[in-house]
Design a protein around this ligand. Sequence first.
Ligand SMILES: Cc1ncc(COP(=O)(O)O)c(C=O)c1O
Length: 398
Amino acid sequence: MNRHLSKSIQSLRPSGIRRYFDIAATMDDVVTLGIGEPDFVTPAHIVAAGVESLHDGLTGYTSNAGIPELRAAISAQIAQRYGLRYSPESEVLVTVGVSEALFLALKVLLDPGDEVLVVEPCFVANPALVQTAGGVPVMVPTSVETDFQVTRAELEARVTPRTKAILLSYPSNPTGAVLTREHMLEVAQVAEEYDLVVISDEIYERLVYGIEHINFATLPSMFERAIVLSGMSKSYAMTGWRVGYVTAPAAFTEAMYKIHQYLIMSAPTMGQVASLRAICHGEDDVESMRREYDRRRSLIVDGFNRLGLTCFEPRGAFYAFPSIEITGMHDEAFCEALLQEERLALIPGSAFGDSGRGFVRASYATSEANILEALDRLERFLLKHGIAKRAAAPEFAA
Ligand SMILES: Cc1ncc(COP(=O)(O)O)c(C=O)c1O
């Protein structure tokens, strides 16, 4: 390691996901359920709005906090969906995806050595960005036995005088779990009792199945302590446009704005124009993609269960998180062997934190044909290793 690099960057571990993509990239005919982004392209009318903005000469920076019309539209959408009132002028900040928003939120809260309770298994960036912002991630485990719900007891056991915040992301990547109102209230109680801020990454808020999403800031007394992050990437199939946003009381957004204006200037202009179109006219698109994910969700969850890989029922996002306990293999060894032998890419659960060990993440943001082919390959692998029952075979004939 280069001696010039800071200790904090030297101690940052590379993402456990990347490795599998690197291996897969060297192989032909790989079927991947590894990718955490929509397989849909951005709806055509949204693309057209972005393209038109270029032809109209909107090729410069926007106001630092984001184009006013977009901030107003975000504020109005949140008011309509959740009854929350955020001032478009001072309480909405448009960022380069939730990724930037998450970093800013952490950066404005943490002094060196401050601790953040990071509920896991979680998005790989969560502990890494806490560390990058100068803090210490304190991982808070959840388990399949409690439907990956975080509890008051698990949080409280890890609070210290250095704890500044709780970082939640539900609907969850990688488990697909959605936090119940009851468990949200437990988190809120801990936040109040120990005077903590809650950073709630709700990027999958629109992708829920058979339940309502609850915005964390709607809980009693939580508006003042919640920094809520969301964005365009997953709901509108707009990952490449790089637009996210923060809604929070002005004290937080104004602090975040200070870094944002120096670091970023403004989120991509074309992306912001397209996002405005999406928020104002993209409702049917969100719903039709959500319905399609829901269909695939049943297909993949049933498929895993039939093969004997017990799968917790995901209620949000677009991931299934089956247990591979019956294989007796470590999840990394399992994924590596599956990739080498059957050219099927899944992500080991332990890449998302220790409580993901013994599970694998399978994204169903992919075609039905790919899901069926993946289940076929998985079955062949399990049979070869003496794990699966042959009875499952006809179900998955492509
Ligand atoms: C939980 C979670 N948060 C944030 C992100 C990144 O989102 P964005 O594209 O808005 O930066 C992802 C992407 O996979 C995610 O799964």
